[in-house]
Design a protein around this ligand. Structure first.
Ligand code: FES
Length: 206
């Protein structure tokens, strides 16, 4: 089974499955306001490892992302599917902002709120600038891509959507405070393989 590590937790994925579906099924911290239609961008994530195991950029991502974001490894999880065994490691934008915000509210020992505020503000500013640069053509092209009906009402299954929102919210509310893992660190390959083996062992026990 392909392995995907979302926000430092390893999950099993089905071959060809979208990262958003893996995250929703497991309650990983991710946004999905438009129910996976490629409209809202709240499922945005950054691929830290294993990009070669993913599908190519979709039309929706080309519409929403400037070149700098693509070069930075950003993807829309609802447009990104497994094309290999992995492991693939991603950090969702929702979780990255949560971790940055927690560092400001309650700075780790020996650090100040001010020094954590800068990366958070920079992140938010970059998001807005990227959107403004492409506006209004990003919205117009998305409208043309999905059609008026989906653009105005993207939800295919509201019950499932509410269930998944509840699952993600309760997991996030109960999750411990992790360290911000922005880039692959030393030995990350070994850690990925260890995580993959843990998933495999769990699967064998079930
Ligand atoms: S869920 Fe809205 S763009 Fe992916």
């Amino acid at each position: 089974m392909p392995v995907v590590i979302i926000n430092d937790v390893a999950y099993e994925a089905n071959p060809g499955e979208r990262l958003l579906d893996v995250a929703r099924r497991n309650g990983a911290h991710i946004g999905f306001v438009c129910d996976g239609q490629g409209i809202c961008q709240t499922c945005q994530c950054r691929v830290l490892d294993g990009a070669q195991h993913l599908n190519k950029l979709s039309k929706a991502e080309e519409i929403w992302f400037p070149q700098s974001r693509i070069a930075n490894g950003n993807r829309l999880a609802c447009q990104t599917a497994m094309r290999g065994p992995g492991p693939v490691r991603v950090l969702t934008l929702a979780e990255e902002l949560r971790r940055q915000t927690l560092n400001v509210i309650n700075p780790p020992r020996g650090t100040s709120a001010a020094e954590h505020l800068e990366p958070l503000l920079e992140n938010l500013a970059r998001l807005n600038v990227d959107q403004l640069r492409l506006f209004p053509f990003n919205n117009i092209r998305t409208w043309a891509r999905v059609g008026t009906r989906t653009f105005l009402w993207p939800w295919k299954d509201l019950n499932r959507w509410f269930d998944d929102v509840a699952r993600v919210s309760s997991q996030v509310a109960g999750s411990p405070r992790p360290q911000l893992s922005e880039t692959p660190h030393e030995g990350s390959e070994q850690q990925l393989l260890a995580a993959a083996r843990r998933v495999q062992r769990t699967r064998e026990r079930v």
